[in-house]
Write a protein that binds this ligand. Structure first.
Ligand code: OAD
Length: 235
């Protein structure tokens, strides 16, 4: 299963594209590139702090829960997500009534997480849920080990995805029978290529999205509804 921002839309997390998408009001090159962070780390952290705060107030919706139930019951279903909101994990932990999930029960988070930081000097990654004080450069989060500036552990435009996660995702694409694609515009690669690769390898691709996307042409079925309307039923 490949998911995008649309699966979290009904939880209140804004999508990126479309009429109410984040990229309508914000410029990605000012907020989501390594150059932007080098230039103005305070502004970039302010934006990610705002998003962390917004997502912290959101709950997984019925689509996240249905997906989590499926993953935990079947032992064979995997979730690959472009989302950095952590809601698939939150739903899985709620369904399992435990935060002790196996790696196979966890989603592959291709684009990282809003709730993790990475040190700009030593590369150390850490879970991080606290609100961000972006009132000045001095108050930005710093590495406990080496004191260098921390950055959000998300993938920015122009950056490569984690090669291990990509290899695992494309391997899955080559092996699966069915690929459910929920709530992605399927225009950001290499994430979208995973679904195309699954179709090439013979998987039945089922798209769940109120709107047509470039993937619609290779999907065996396109279900034009929202995630909470369609996902539980199709699963
Ligand atoms: P987009 O914002 O590009 O697309 C969201 C998709 O969800 C659209 O196709 C909508 O039609 C659909 N959608 C909206 N509401 C929905 C609902 N309730 N149920 C189902 N679908 C719904 O988001 P992504 O495809 O995830 O990357 O964007 C891909 C990447 O572009 C993101 O991960 C992010 C962004 O720049 C990075 O930040 C690296």
């Amino acid at each position: 299963m490949l998911t995008g921002a649309g699966v979290s839309a009904e939880s209140g997390v804004p999508t990126f594209r479309g009429e109410t998408g984040l990229w309508r009001d914000y410029r990605p090159e000012e907020l989501a590139t390594p150059q932007a962070f080098d230039r103005e780390p305070r502004l970039v952290w302010e934006w990610y702090g705002w998003r962390r705060d917004l997502v912290s107030k959101c709950e997984p919706n019925d689509a996240h829960v249905a997906i989590a139930e499926r993953v935990l019951e079947s032992g064979e279903t995997r979730v690959i997500t472009q989302n950095v909101d952590g809601l698939h994990t939150q739903a899985a932990e709620a369904v399992a009534e435990s935060s002790d999930l196996s790696p196979l029960q966890r989603p592959i988070e291709l684009h990282g997480s809003l709730f993790r930081t990475r040190c700009t000097a030593c590369g150390k990654r850490e879970a991080s849920h606290a609100p961000i004080d972006a009132s000045s450069e001095e108050t930005l989060p710093r590495c406990a080990a080496c004191s260098a500036l921390l950055r959000p552990d998300v993938v920015w435009f122009g950056e490569s995805l984690d090669p291990g996660l990509l290899t695992e995702s494309f391997k899955l694409a080559g092996e699966i029978d069915v690929c459910l694609v929920v709530g992605t515009s399927a225009v950001v690669h290499p994430a979208a290529s995973i679904a195309f690769a699954a179709a090439d390898a013979g998987a039945v691709v089922i798209e769940i999205n109120p709107e047509a996307t470039p993937l619609s042409s290779v999907a065996r079925v396109s279900l034009r509804g929202t995630a909470t309307e369609v996902v539980r039923g199709i699963l």
